[in-house]
Design a protein around this ligand. Structure first.
Ligand SMILES: Cc1ncc(COP(=O)(O)O)c(C=O)c1O
Length: 466
């Protein structure tokens, strides 16, 4: 087992602006979840005490980022703010060309519209759901090739986000290989537990892609957290700076897709960064149609400024040690309380195995979403179910439901927003819920039907009777 890197004893900031949150009395929380059809997406944020629905777009900005907002150049073309972002991307990631987008999925849309044709296969270590949806939208076939350890919540592998290199090589050397235009690595691997990808795995995957003449792209939404976990878990990188680790990771990619709502510490934004001028020009044509002129790409000048500052701030090793330390803190509190968590901790979230937490509730009654609804009632905390409600598939011919292999509830931690006292409250809520878990009943889907895509966002549920 690796030794965790811990440099920061407490939050490496002091609080200048506060946003009040309130814990409603329990009977009101019960009423609110009933009114929300037992689906946490329907809750109003004012009724939530600690919101761990997502780490995306929920970061607290720094005083420097707030100051940079005032420097926004709102010109349609040639804005100074774009050039500030360009300089920052060149310095941090080393790519010469940048196309801003309104957020990560905007980058996915433009990149895949440029690169994919009907029937193409896109292999990766674990495509995020919007990535998957954009590949399908262009007539492509997304293919996840995680390592087998990624599917076992008990295994303490340091880099469970890795791609199965053998599987990738087999695909590219087979007849199907002709249908693959690119390989996409997602760093960290959000879909399979927010686990990091090792430097060796990135390098080897890029070499394999190159050997077969394929483009090698990375989704780098959480690039700095991945770099920190490489430093923590690979002894060869212990003494290498985060800046250098990031530059090496990026050096293997032809282009990256970026949701700035994570590791650029902003509330909105994204970009595509590339090495090749011709590819940049082809993508710029789609960018103008779908996002905006290439020097703003669907964002205000002030958003570009905040991103430029956030990209540099996120490399601060004191910040990263505290950030990952907070995820580890919550994870460790839960382990101590006997809560069945996915092992080990990753970069942005703690995942709870709902099948073990609620063993009496079958997947047909949505244990992960039941757990999320019950945690809100117990503690005013919002997590999110990532299980059968979101991922079960209905066989078109037989009508039989295929349930996913994993049934997790995710607690994603916003960056620089909560203290470890908040984390203690989350852990205490789960401990109390564990004590009364036998009385928890599962849920049934009232609306829409099980074969509706992205149904978990709009689902209305009811407790199972009896
Ligand atoms: C790995 C990954 N890629 C892409 C996206 C999509 O980014 P956005 O929400 O900015 O569109 C997300 C969002 O959570 C993500 O986690």
């Amino acid at each position: 087992m690796w030794k965790p890197l811990n440099l920061t004893p407490a939050e490496p900031y002091r609080i200048k602006v506060v946003e009040p949150v309130r814990l409603l009395p329990r009977d009101e929380r019960l009423r609110r979840i009933r009114e929300a059809h037992y689906n946490v997406f329907y809750l109003r944020s004012r009724d939530i005490y600690i919101d761990l629905l997502t780490d995306s777009g929920t970061s607290a900005m720094s005083a420097s980022q707030m100051a940079a907002l005032m420097m926004g150049d709102e010109s349609y073309a040639g804005a100074e703010s774009f050039y500030h972002l360009l300089e920052s991307v060149r310095e941090v990631m080393g790519f010469p060309y940048v196309l801003p987008t309104h957020q990560g999925r905007g980058a996915e849309n433009v990149a895949f519209r440029t690169l994919l044709k009907k029937g193409d296969i896109v292999p990766g270590n674990g495509h995020f759901d919007t990535t998957r949806a954009h590949i399908v939208d262009k007539g492509g076939v997304p293919l996840d090739l995680p390592i087998p350890e990624a599917l076992d919540p008990e295994v303490m592998h340091p880099f469970k986000g890795n791609i199965d290199l053998k599987g990738l090589e087999n695909l590219l050397s087979s007849r199907e290989g002709d249908r693959v235009p690119l390989v996409l690595m997602t760093i960290t691997n959000n879909t399979y537990g927010g686990h990091p990808v090792s430097m060796d795995n990135i390098r080897r995957a890029s070499e394999i892609a190159r050997e077969y003449g394929k483009l090698f792209l990375m989704d780098v939404a959480r690039f700095a957290e991945n770099a920190w976990l490489i430093k923590e878990r690979d002894p060869a990188y212990r003494d290498v700076s985060i800046r250098e680790i990031v530059r090496e990771m990026m050096s293997y990619a032809d282009a990256v897709l970026f949701s700035a709502k994570k590791d650029a510490l902003v509330n909105i934004g994204g970009f595509i960064a590339l090495r090749d001028k011709e590819l940049y020009e082809r993508m710029a044509r789609f960018l103008i149609l779908h996002e905006g002129f290439p020097t703003y790409g669907g964002l205000a000048g002030r958003d570009l400024e905040a991103m430029a500052v956030g990209l540099r701030e996120v490399l601060d090793e004191t910040y990263l040690s505290w950030r990952i330390g907070q995820v580890r803190y919550l994870w460790s509190r839960l382990v101590e309380n006997g809560i069945p968590v996915v092992k080990p901790y990753g970069g942005h979230a703690v995942y709870i195995d709902a099948l073990k937490f609620l063993p009496h509730i079958p997947q047909s009654m949505f244990p992960a979403d039941t757990l999320a609804a019950e945690l809100y009632v117990e503690a005013g905390v919002r997590g999110v179910g990532l299980g059968s409600l979101a991922f079960a598939e209905v066989d078109r011919e037989t009508g039989k439901v295929r349930y996913p292999k994993t049934e997790y509830m995710r607690l994603a931690i916003p960056r620089r927003v909560y203290t470890n006292l908040h984390m203690d409250w989350v852990a205490e809520g789960l401990r109390r819920l564990m004590e009364r878990r036998d009385e928890v009943r599962g849920l049934r889907l009232v609306y829409p039907s099980m074969d509706t895509p992205l149904r978990h966002f709009i689902a209305r549920l009811k407790p199972v009777e009896g």
